[in-house]
Design a protein around this ligand. Structure first.
Ligand code: AHG
Ligand code: MN
Ligand code: MN
Length: 329
């Protein structure tokens, strides 16, 4: 058996294919992998290190922060802001963006991050994750970055990925030429290429949504479920972990659709466009899947606010096509 490629080697190989690049994206992806290893380690020993439970604070969306939400946010912020590639960071856990532009810095990239996804699963030892999204700054270097740099459409992403802290930790990412997955070997502290060129199965049988929302979600989602339940050509199954990263990852491997619908009292649903939906949509499309909101493709949405929410339907083509028929009927 040949030697398995590390994430570091993989990133360097990709850079070597573009001889004139400055290497800033390579450094940024490396920093993300380092921060992920630290968070993975913290997650693995959370029950021993006294970092389970609530932090006693709330974030900008008025959600109670868990200690690990705060720790993961601090870890990514500290490592990414210290690297020279980043001009600014927007985090789900912070009201305002963080600008890293003191004297002499020439960072090209903007990072948007959900540092700890699936917070409600932390205390019960169920899979959680991190989601990241990378854009090029629009404002020229030397001028102060602003809203326009952070509020970019998903189609403008340079890279996006997620880390899954599951039965093993995995980092899955794309730079627009397919999706590759790496598994952390904790004994040596390296991510190794384990899932090259990941593809969403065209035909999925699994739907993932919070069934408790059924009475308060809008009609298309109810119609979608009725159609699945009435169709015995596929043996459909429901699976909902409640951590978007983990549900998305399972569906990417086995096929399926993840739904966080529009609700009667919350027409924009729950998930955040910039930290959750845009990055996972880039990955989904790169893996041959489809990602929609109520009226079109997620990747085409022009964000208007940093923390904006949007209904989300993502996964294998057969199931998202059915969802689209329900949305447009
Ligand atoms: P976060 O922990 O980053 O706030 O995200 C939680 C999200 C997502 O991971 C999950 O799929 C969804 O919220 C679960 O929401 P419900 O409990 O409403 O189903
Ligand atoms: Mn999340
Ligand atoms: Mn989160």
């Amino acid at each position: 058996m040949g030697k398995t490629k590390t994430l570091g080697e993989f990133i360097m190989d990709r850079q070597a294919a573009f001889p004139f690049v400055s290497g800033q994206l390579t450094r940024l992806l490396t920093d993300i992998s380092v921060a992920s290893k630290i968070v993975s380690h913290q997650v693995n020993r959370a029950g021993l290190a006294g970092i389970l439970g609530e932090a006693g604070s709330t974030n900008v969306q008025n959600e109670a922060q868990q200690k690990l939400d705060v720790l993961a946010d601090d870890t990514f912020m500290r490592i990414l802001s210290a690297g020279k590639s980043v001009a600014g960071i927007g985090s789900e856990e912070q009201d305002e963006v963080f600008i890293c532009e003191e004297e002499g810095r020439r960072g090209k990239y903007i990072v948007l991050i959900d540092p700890l996804d699936g917070s409600s699963n932390i205390d019960v030892n169920v899979s959680i994750g991190t989601i990241f999204s990378i854009y090029k700054r629009i404002t020229p270097i030397g001028e102060p970055i602003g809203e326009v740099d952070f509020l970019q459409k998903g189609t403008e992403q340079v890279a996006a990925g997620y880390v899954l802290y599951g039965s093993s930790s995995m980092l899955v990412y794309t730079t627009g030429t397919g999706v590759n997955g790496f598994t952390l070997d904790p004994a040596v502290g390296e991510f190794f290429l384990s899932h090259p060129m990941m593809i969403f199965p065209d035909v999925g049988k699994t739907y993932s949504l919070n069934g408790a929302l059924l009475d308060i979600c809008t009609e298309p989602t109810r119609q979608f479920l009725r159609r699945c339940q009435a169709d015995d050509s596929l043996d459909y199954r429901a699976r909902y972990i409640g951590s978007l990263v983990a549900d998305f990852h399972r569906n990417l491997i086995h096929g399926g659709i993840y739904i966080y619908p529009s609700l009667e009292h919350k027409p924009n649903g729950k998930l955040r466009l910039l930290y959750e939906c845009s990055p996972l949509s880039f990955i989904a499309e790169q893996a041959g899947g489809v990602a929609l909101h109520d009226n079109g493709r997620i990747m085409d949405v022009q964000p208007t606010e940093l923390h904006q929410r949007i209904p989300y339907y993502v996964g294998s083509k057969n199931l998202v096509d059915v969802m689209q028929e329900c949305l447009s009927s």
